[in-house]
Design a protein around this ligand. Structure first.
Ligand code: 5GP
Length: 115
């Protein structure tokens, strides 16, 4: 299958993951190597390799990713103190999995951003 990724397999339930949310457009699951007490990945169900590959057609799924992240932050109890949402893009951005995903990170005070 073209454009298959490890995250596609999680979306389809073919490999195990701690899935915390799924709908017609996106799936959210806990990062296998959490860097913060709450570390959830929100991915489109259909593969978009990187943020650099998005087009106008993707606006609905991009909006859904952000809204779901905010809803999950509230559900995780980290919204009042705040949290970080991050997308790594391609090589210089440190992207490892080429299936667009946002990181929802919180549960402790995070370090200042870019290095
Ligand atoms: P990136 O560096 O691409 O922005 O982040 C990829 C993230 O995916 C990393 O934080 C990594 O721990 C996570 N990850 C990689 N493979 C798996 C997996 O098979 N399952 C889960 N739940 N997370 C994964």
């Amino acid at each position: 299958m073209a454009q298959d990724t490890i995250f596609s397999k999680i979306v389809r339930g073919e490999i195990p993951a701690d899935v915390v949310y799924q709908d017609d457009l996106v799936t959210a699951f806990r990062d296998i190597q959490p860097l913060t007490p709450t570390h959830i990945l929100v991915v489109p169900n259909e593969v978009i390799p990187t943020l650099a590959d998005v087009s106008e057609d993707h606006e609905p799924v991009l909006g859904r990713m952000l809204r779901v992240a905010a809803d999950l932050a509230a559900r995780e109890g980290i919204a009042d103190n705040g949290y970080r949402v991050m997308i790594n893009c391609r090589d210089h951005g440190g992207q490892e999995v080429y299936h667009l995903h946002l990181h929802l990170m919180g549960g402790r005070r995070l370090n200042p951003m870019a290095q």
